[in-house]
Design a protein around this ligand. Sequence first.
Ligand SMILES: C[S@@+](CC[C@H](N)C(=O)[O-])C[C@H]1O[C@@H](n2cnc3c(N)ncnc32)[C@H](O)[C@@H]1O
Length: 186
Amino acid sequence: MQYKNPDIYSSYRENDLGRTFYDLVLEHKPKKIIEFGTLYGYSTVAMAMALDELGEGHVWANDLFEDYEFRHSTMEETQKNIDTYGVTKYITLQRNDFEEWLKNPEPFDLLHVDISNKGDTIERLYEAVKDQIAHGAIVIFEGGTEERDQVEWVTKYNCKKIYGSGIPYKVLNPNFTSLSQLIIPE
Ligand SMILES: C[S@@+](CC[C@H](N)C(=O)[O-])C[C@H]1O[C@@H](n2cnc3c(N)ncnc32)[C@H](O)[C@@H]1O
C-alpha cells in the first residue's frame, strides 16, 4: 500500500518519521523485523505498510505494555490501531522485555529499538548485535541528535546521552525525535 503518515499518537508523527521507516523497509526488503517499543503502533504500522507493498515480511513487535510505568499502551489498543490500517497479517504483538532479549538476541534482518533510549541502552544494544550488523543486519534506533538529548526526562533523571557517546551510528533523519542506524566503524 502507498505510504501515508499514520494517524496514531507518536512523537515520531509530527515530522512524519514514518516515511523514513517506510522507505528503509522498501530499500532493504527485510523478511524478519523485530521492534522493541511499539507503544500505540506508529512505527510498526509505517513499516508494515512497506511490507504490504513488497508482499512479504513480518514485524515482531514487542512492548511491556501495562508493565511499563511511564507512557504506555495496552496490547488491545495497539492491535486495534494495527487492524484499522489493514496491516494485521504483517504484525505480531508480543509482551517482551528488551533487557531479557538482549541476553540472547535472536537473528533478524531489521531491528528497531525505541524504549525511551538512553546512552547506555544504545551501548548495550551495540555490543549485543554488532556481529549481526557485520553480517548485514540493519539496526535503527530512536534518537541520535543533540536536540533529541535535550528532552526533559534525560535531564530530569540524569540519563547518559546518546549524542557524543562514541557509539558508532549515522543519523538517518535528523528531524525530531530523530532516527539513527548503528554502523561498524571502518
Ligand atoms: C517512545 S515509546 C515507543 C514509540 C513507538 N515506537 C512509536 O512509533 O510511537 C516507548 C515504548 O517502549 C516501551 N518499553 C520501555 N521499556 C521497555 C523494555 N525494557 N522492553 C520493551 N518495551 C519497553 C514502553 O512501554 C513504551 O510503549
